[in-house]
Design a protein around this ligand. Structure first.
Ligand code: GDP
Length: 300
């Protein structure tokens, strides 16, 4: 994964230096922690997350846990690995399905974050798993958004509910509510609602998303965030958490050469799990997110 290339290289270098030592002095630990801190900050990880992370690593690295270890350097690497898994959310969290279908999944995020593409990817994945998803086009902000979802639905081989001209056009809340009703009648077991997003956080659109949430009572509200967003990740994620109280995160564009800070900040700052990683423009480029595997990739 290109995203973590530089961070990964720098951590590898740090640990290589550490491994040349036998017993670790407090100065060795401090030097290592300082290098980890710089590498994380340069990767655009949010300062609060970095502080928290390095404080935990330092405390554990100076403890008996490391003193007693046969290979102290290896023990420090293990600690970094465990703490990375923790900031990435700990255990893997899967998509939650409703006891009584349809399971309603609403998407939210900035324009260009990859929502529509993810809607298609998820629909395709659900189809493959034997579900009968319905995509709902509730992004009526951009003229081309409904068309784009139609194209994606066709590629995914999934059904779509889109407003007919003159029938509910301009009222995304109504389209979303009617779409869920339609899914119930037509016995779709899953519903994916695509919503509008602006380039920046926008009060009116946030209210619209909140209204769609209230009107459709979703089982999951997934916040799609572009891994390239860098330092803005935290503020954007917090604004969406306040606005729509999302239940999970989708990291998109993890195939890019972004520095990975968004990925490493969002779960920790919002306390919401990352459920999927989107890794390309194609509809098959979707993976369930595993905190432990991601940590291993970073530390490889
Ligand atoms: P939306 O405005 O949030 O619906 O975003 P779109 O789904 O339209 O995506 C915006 C752009 O990002 C499009 O050109 C997509 O092809 C591209 N895109 C979406 N997801 C990914 C991804 O995981 N990797 C890459 N490289 N590009 C992506």
């Amino acid at each position: 994964m290109a995203t973590f290339g530089t961070l990964s290289d720098r951590l590898t270098e740090t640990f290589r230096n550490l491994r040349t030592k036998g017993k670790l002095t407090p100065a060795d630990v401090d030097g290592t922690v300082r290098e980890i801190r710089r590498a994380l900050l340069d990767a655009d990880v949010a300062l609060t997350v970095v502080k928290d992370f390095t404080a935990k690593v330092r405390e554990r690295a100076l403890s008996d846990e490391v003193n007693r270890a046969l290979n102290p350097a290896q023990q420090v690497v293990q600690i970094v690995n465990e703490e990375l898994i923790a900031i990435l959310g700990g255990e893997q969290r899967r998509l939650q399905f409703a006891k009584n279908p349809p399971t309603v999944i609403m998407l939210a995020g900035l324009q260009g974050s990859g929502k529509t593409t993810f809607a298609g990817k998820l629909a395709k994945q659900l189809e493959k798993d034997g579900h009968t998803p319905l995509l709902i086009a509730a992004d009526l902000q951009r003229p081309n958004a409904v068309n784009q979802l139609q194209v994606v639905a066709e590629q995914a081989g999934a059904a779509i509910y889109a407003p007919e001209p003159g029938n509910g056009v301009g009222d995304p809340v109504r389209v979303a509510r009617d779409g869920v009703e339609h899914a119930r009648r037509a016995q779709h077991d899953t519903v994916i609602i695509d919503t509008a997003g602006r380039l920046g956080v926008d009060a009116e659109l946030m209210k619209q998303a909140a209204d769609i949430r209230t009107a459709t009572d979703p089982d999951e509200v997934l916040f799609v965030i572009d891994a390239m967003i860098g330092q803005d990740a935290v503020n954007t994620a917090k604004a969406f958490q306040d606005g729509v109280d999302f239940t999970g995160v989708v990291l998109s564009k993890l195939d890019g050469d972004a520095r990975g800070g968004a990925a490493l900040s969002v779960a920790s700052v919002t306390g919401r799990p990352i459920i999927f990683a989107s890794t390309g423009e194609g509809l098959d480029d979707l993976e369930p997110f595993h905190p432990d595997r991601m940590a291993s990739r970073i530390l490889d």
